[in-house]
Design a protein around this ligand. Structure first.
Ligand code: 5AD
Length: 345
């Protein structure tokens, strides 16, 4: 089986049946091997530097009702909030002083956050912090909206496709949401010129190895600049409350597969992985991740942005915890990079 790992590193792809074998028959020893190989590729490309992104969760209001997500419209047990433009700019100010040069504005698909409002917030950040990158993660919008945000100064956009399989997509999302529409959005983002991120939850309900192979091949075709891979974690107020978590092992296996296939991609060690296990961030980095996204949201709102239960937001997950993060990274031989960390081929 090591031959598939070596082949993957050299040729950057495998045949579907080779992927299948890697995904179904990977034992602890092989997992260590692929993690090492992926870490080596990441070190070659990025050195021992980990990029940081300041995550600002701008709204937990959402018009969608995704079965896995804690901020779904149908969850009544959630205090909804929406940050004002002033509050968002204040987060950026604090983040800038801490050394962040990328701000990620993430939120539900909140109808009150109109295209005009988003455009004006992006403009204001761009005006105040011209040396910073602006990443948006605000869901599906018409192409015109993406174009306006880009014109206003946004550089990057995160939109996980969640699953490439149409019927699995329907298992995760209610009527009215479509996989095709999602993929169209990703196409639009790429064409407009965004550094575009996509990805999946590992171990989402109904996910099979065949689905994962389709996801791998889709991402290979799309060639996104960023790839977000985290475990599915259940939220008590969703239809998937009783579903099991994704595993650490499968998450870091996929992380390593994506690193070997996409040596220059920006791949975060996700908050979900750090929530699943206390050493999740470190294990992600040691499997090939090169980005972390500490939380810059106002303290009072953090607990309300619950995509899943027990979401980590303390210590190294928080922007104020950069020193703790620095220490954790040093312990495994890495350092924070305070650069913008744009995608480079
Ligand atoms: N577990 C893990 N990840 C989740 N997300 C949403 N809900 C969950 C959950 N229960 C992820 C989705 C989304 C990203 C912002 O958060 O993949 O794209």
């Amino acid at each position: 089986m090591r031959q598939w790992v070596d082949k993957l590193r050299k040729e950057r792809t495998l045949r579907p049946e080779e992927f299948r074998q890697l995904l179904t028959e990977c034992d602890g020893e092989l997992l260590r091997y692929i993690n090492e190989q992926a870490q080596e590729v990441s070190l070659r490309h990025f050195g021992n530097r980990i990029f940081i992104r300041g995550l600002i969760e701008v709204s937990n209001c959402c018009r969608n009702n995704c079965y896995y997500c804690g901020i779904r419209k149908g969850n009544p047990n959630l205090e909804r909030y929406r940050l004002t433009a002033e509050s968002i700019l204040d987060c950026c100010k604090q983040g800038y002083e801490l050394g962040f040069r990328t701000f990620v504005l993430q939120g539900g698909e909140d109808p009150v956050l109109t295209d005009e409002r988003i455009e004006s917030i992006v403009s204001a950040i761009h005006r105040n912090y011209p040396d910073c990158a602006i990443t948006l993660s605000l869901g599906e919008k018409p192409r015109e909206a993406y174009e306006r945000f880009f014109q206003a100064g946004a550089n990057r956009y995160l939109l996980r496709h969640e699953t490439y399989d149409k019927s699995h997509y329907r298992q995760l999302h209610p009527e009215g949401m479509s996989c095709g529409r999602r993929l169209q959005c990703l196409q639009d983002l790429k064409e407009i010129g965004y550094q575009t991120g996509t990805g999946i939850m590992v171990g989402s309900p109904g996910q099979t190895v065949e689905h994962l192979i389709q996801d791998i091949l889709f991402i290979e075709q799309l060639r996104p600049e960023m790839i977000g891979i985290g475990p599915f974690l259940p939220h008590r107020d969703t239809p998937f409350a009783q579903s099991p978590c994704g595993t650490v092992e499968q998450t870091i296996l996929l992380l390593s597969i994506f690193r070997l296939m996409h040596p220059s991609a920006l791949i975060p060690a996700t908050t979900a992985l750090a929530t699943l296990t206390p050493d999740g961030r470190e294990r992600g980095i040691l499997a090939g991740a090169n980005v972390v996204m500490p939380n810059l949201s106002p303290q009072e709102e953090r607990k309300k942005y619950n995509l899943y239960n027990n979401k980590a937001s303390l210590g190294a997950e928080s922007a104020e915890g950069l020193r703790i993060l620095q220490q954790q990274l040093e312990n495994i031989g890495y350092q924070i990079s305070f650069d913008r960390g744009d995608y480079k081929q």
